[in-house]
Design a protein around this ligand. Structure first.
Ligand code: GLA
Length: 700
């Protein structure tokens, strides 16, 4: 394992189960050679044949798998970099001038042979998790600015074409709907131009060849960035697939001043021969171990109650206190008041930006509710949407120049709101001070940070300057700065990210937020699809899942409470029902399942996840979690067909020679791991929306 630089020309990265090989070829190009399972020793890679079929129409640089290519100079495929020097020269022709391996990081320096501009490619390996972090830094060493028009975080060359490309075809309340296409020719592009990640696609690539959950080659990479992104997968005519991932270059430009360096967001990538399941397990482990922020990374996340679906904007102190009493009696550990507690917020047309307590709704201030929640043994949390403002708000009336806009156009509204111009330092400082004050004045230990509209009209900055095409990145840099500063000032506060549900689920957000609200759609049937797609990339702990009242908002479905509870227990459990209206029997069921959840929580939140069955065709789903000899399976039957009521599923992740107590709905049995994984378990479910939970515990 580790990094090897061999005879000044081969660069080899080794993780526990993968190998990544690059070469400085005879022409000085950094050529991609291999990515896959460990494939021998250094000598094996010496004297490999180089691409030799060039001609005037298909130049060498276009044919070869480059580690990082630049527009121009014979590149006609999609390239990673596009720049312009002060004299109009528009390509970057490099020599490899330096490289070093330090600890687990390799950096390779490419310098332009005629201009004072250098690009450093960074590769950091995480050996146990089989993950490589890639990043690029570009430095202007001259005395004239350089215009950057595209700078991707990484480029990959994958052998052959005809890969299956997995991403999502989502929308609001329908996030993470898995999509799959074959890449035979041309380019496949996934992109967001919204100023956030968006619901439509995720900033990742997943490319495989006939992979199943358990088998097959899978290449994957996730961008750690919450702004505009672009992923391109291009089936070249040269028998390889060219993949690029990074910030979107649409309406993007960055003027790199003399002496300055720009670093791209990181990409976390990997290869597995073990199918989509192994990809998810390796990503989840890595995300839990390295990306999810402290101090909650190693801690179990609490069962929360959120008032949104119970009371919407009609937040009243007395009613919230009653909800809190009921929530506490069920075993809830954190009580969260959603939208509606501040300013003049009666609906979504007003109040955003006025982050002080509505004295009509809370005549004695918020502390009455906060103290009540605390006296009930729970922590208190609150909703906020700091990046936005309603035109009908004191903030907007005071600072009409604080929003993104074009000087000569009417400003567009989304959910009746405008986006604050976060490129302004005074706006960023306002956000920091406002949140700091809120968190200092009240004992608030949880923030749900929302963002309910996309960015448009990135024209005139509030300070009157033309923001130009730098605005997208400057906005994101300040967004991260604000969150980081607040988290530093209030290190014990738990932060949940949300953007109209799942419009900001990405590894950029994961570095700052402890958990995520993946969708406003809480219909447990739809959630099976949403959670399944989400789990491909992101861990169950990072996924908030609530049970809410029926009929479910977006779908009008009436699924049983038990089914909804099991679905929500697949992530970090939350309750969103109007508890004041539930029957005693329903409250009792929630109470019982919360107590079960607390017992299995370490396995769900820190275990390995296996998608045992997600057969959309026969309506049977099963998902398993395994940690340290303990395991939980949830099985769901959404609709019974033709009298079938028995389902055999094979467990995963157990020790073949271990003995296990298996607690099924009908009683307990004792089985070996080999039996459970090879013969399997028979599960009985029937009717519509039936579900069950199976506990598997290894004997000491
Ligand atoms: C968004 C969120 C919801 C809720 C509302 C409040 O839609 O996704 O969960 O917080 O805002 O306005």
């Amino acid at each position: 394992m580790g990094i090897t630089i061999w005879k000044e020309k081969l660069f080899i990265l080794r993780t526990e189960h993968t190998m990544y090989v690059m070469e400085r070829d005879r022409r000085g190009i950094l050529r991609h050679v291999y990515w896959g399972s460990p494939a021998g020793i250094e000598e094996d890679f010496e004297s490999l044949p180089e691409e030799n079929r060039e001609n005037g129409y298909h130049p060498y640089v276009d044919r070869v798998m480059e580690e990082y290519s630049s527009f121009g100079a014979g590149h006609y495929k999609e390239t990673a970099l596009k720049l312009e020097y002060h004299d109009g020269t528009k390509d970057f022709r490099y020599r490899i001038t330096d490289y070093k391996a330090e600890n687990n990081t390799l950096s390779i320096r490419l310098d332009d042979s005629s201009y004072p501009c250098g690009v450093t490619l960074i590769y950091e390996i995480f050996e146990k998790e089989d993950i490589i972090r890639r990043q690029v830094q570009i430095q202007n060493k001259g005395d004239s600015p350089i215009l950057l028009e595209r700078i991707h975080s990484a480029q990959f060359g994958l052998p052959g074409t005809d890969y299956r490309s997995v991403n999502f075809n989502g929308s609001w309340a329908a996030e993470f709907r898995r999509s799959e296409d074959t890449l035979s020719s041309g380019k496949k592009v996934y992109e967001s131009l919204r100023g956030n990640t968006g619901h439509v696609a995720n900033p990742c690539f997943i490319l495989h060849r006939n992979a199943t959950e358990e088998t097959g080659d899978v290449y994957f990479g996730l961008l750690a960035y919450s702004g505009n992104f672009k992923v391109v997968a291009e089936a070249t005519p040269y028998e390889y697939t060219n993949v690029l991932i990074g910030m979107s270059d649409t309406d993007f430009a960055w003027e790199l001043d003399p002496g300055k360096t720009l670093s791209t967001p990181s990409v976390y990538c990997g290869y597995t021969a073990g199918g989509l399941g192994a990809m998810s397990q390796s990503l989840h482990r890595f995300e839990r171990n390295y990306l999810m922020p402290g101090p909650f990374a190693g801690k179990e996340l609490p069962v929360l109650y959120n008032s949104w679906y119970a009371t919407y904007f009609d937040v009243q102190c007395e009613e919230q206190m009653k909800l809190a009493e009921k929530a506490a009696s069920l075993g809830v550990e954190l009580f969260v008041v959603d939208d509606g507690w501040f300013g003049t917020r009666q609906d979504d047309t007003k109040g955003l930006g006025d982050w002080y307590v509505d004295s009509g709704k809370f005549p004695d201030g918020l502390s009455r509710l906060v103290n009540h929640v605390k006296s009930l043994g729970m922590r208190f949390g609150i909703w906020i949407e700091p990046e936005m403002v309603n035109p009908d708000s004191e903030l907007y009336r005071t600072h009409p120049d604080w929003v993104y806009r074009f000087e000569n156009r009417k400003i567009l509204q989304g959910r009746n709101q405008y986006v604050l111009d976060l490129t302004r330092e005074d706006v960023a400082d306002f956000m920091i001070e406002t949140l700091d004050k809120l968190l200092s004045q009240q004992e608030i230990s949880y923030i749900k940070w929302d963002m309910n509209r996309s960015i448009t009209e990135t024209g005139i900055c509030g300070d009157g300057t033309v923001a130009g095409k730098q605005i997208w990145l400057r906005h994101m840099n300040n967004f991260y700065r604000v969150v980081k500063e607040i988290r530093t000032r209030h290190p014990d506060v738990e932060f949940e990210a949300c953007a109209s549900g799942g419009a900001r689920v990405d590894l950029g957000a994961m570095q700052y937020f402890h958990e995520y609200w993946p969708s406003d759609n809480t219909d447990p049937f739809d959630r099976l699809f949403i959670q399944n797609g989400y789990s491909l990339l992101y861990p169950p702990k990072y996924m908030r899942a609530w049970v809410t009242d029926v009929p479910e908002g977006p779908t009008s479905r009436k699924a049983p409470l038990g089914f909804a509870l099991h679905t929500a227990m697949c992530g970090s459990l939350g309750i969103g029902n109007n508890l004041n209206r539930l029957e005693e029997t329903e409250l009792a069921l929630i109470r019982e399942q919360i107590s079960v959840y607390k017992r299995i929580r370490p396995v769900i939140q820190f275990g390995d996840l296996y998608r045992l069955k997600n057969h959309e065709d026969n309506c049977f789903w099963a998902v398993q979690y395994v940690k340290d000899g303990r395991s939980v399976i949830f099985a769901f039957l959404t609709q019974s067909r033709f009298g079938k009521n028995r389902w055999r599923i094979k467990a995963a992740g157990l020790q073949g020679d271990g003995l296990y107590q298996v607690c099924l709905p009908g009683g307990s049995v004792r089985k070996s791991g080999a039996f459970l994984m090879n013969f399997g378990l028979e599960i009985r479910l029937s009717g519509d929306y039936d579900s069950c939970m199976i506990l598997i515990e290894q004997e000491a």
